[in-house]
Design a protein around this ligand. Structure first.
Ligand code: AP5
Length: 234
């Protein structure tokens, strides 16, 4: 893949050490429905960072019927990952604005080791690196409950849960096509096969921190802010 710089581990490490700055780049990871989007939005507001959700970017392109949207529509509907080259190019094209605006929270990206290495390389080209990778963990049964109860307001794009985060009465609700039970099961399987092996990449560099996603939305936000304060601003 053209994006890798083929730098060895020692060179990468010394470059990371030399680029420590006030910018912050967080990689929010976890199974589907763990609350990555919910939390990333809150953290982005609190910390003044950009929220970069590859899933949201794909969905926006689908609803606007762009060329990219037409290419990825069937994949998203069936809970299948978009090819790496397309996803990495998307992030690479937009990274400049996030660097200029002081940092970003990546939500749903990277999704596998290839993407994680590509993100390292992309950030390194801008003299930056990943500061922390919060992993929101959740049992399979809760994932299914969360996703089958999730609804999005067509007009505002806001996400709700029919029980845990009820929408306002006038909301124009829709269900994501990939939130049907069978598709959710496929996404969980994909998470285990493709994303879980990536976690070691961050764990080895002491960037991974696990947060219990079974708690309430507010409790998860508090736990995330605590760990970010402790690790990034220490
Ligand atoms: P994407 O949109 O990234 O989906 P995902 O990772 O499966 O995550 P979700 O958006 O489903 O869940 P979430 O963790 O954000 O949970 P949320 O906060 O909404 O990707 C969709 C598709 O795009 C992929 O399948 C793939 O096709 C493609 N794609 C995207 N990125 C890609 C990449 N990098 N490479 C290749 N393909 C890519 O919360 C879920 C529900 O639970 C909500 O209803 C919420 O209100 C509720 N909730 C949240 N937290 C709590 C809580 N603590 N207690 C109770 N309820 C809660």
């Amino acid at each position: 893949m053209g994006l890798r710089l083929n730098l060895n581990y020692e060179v990468m490490t010394s470059l990371y050490l030399s680029v420590k700055s006030d910018f912050m780049f967080l990689v929010m990871t976890g199974p589907p429905g763990a609350g990555k989007g919910t939390q990333a939005k809150r953290l982005a507001e609190t910390l003044g960072l950009s929220h970069v959700s590859t899933g949201e970017i794909f969905r926006r392109n689908i609803s606007q019927k762009t060329e990219l949207g037409l290419r990825v529509k069937k994949l998203l509907e069936n809970g299948i990952l978009v090819p790496d080259d397309l996803t990495i190019e998307l992030v690479q094209d937009q990274i400049g604005q996030f660097v200029d605006s002081g940092g970003a929270i990546f939500d749903g990206f990277p999704r596998n080791l290839e993407q994680a290495q590509a993100l390292d390389d992309i950030l390194l080209l801008h003299g930056k690196g990943v500061d922390l990778a919060p992993l929101i963990s959740l049992s399979d049964s809760t994932v299914i409950e969360r996703l089958t109860g999730r609804r999005t307001d067509r007009d505002t794009g806001n996400t709700y849960h029919l029980i845990y985060d009820p929408p306002p009465h006038n909301a124009n609700l829709e269900q994501r096509p990939d939130d049907k039970r069978d598709t959710v099961l496929r996404r969980i399987d994909d998470y285990r096969k493709r994303t879980v092996p990536m976690l070691a990449h961050y764990d080895e560099r002491n960037l991974l921190c696990e947060i219990d996603g079974e708690n309430t939305i507010d409790q998860v936000t508090t736990a995330l802010l605590k760990v970010i304060r402790g690790r990034v601003f220490a």
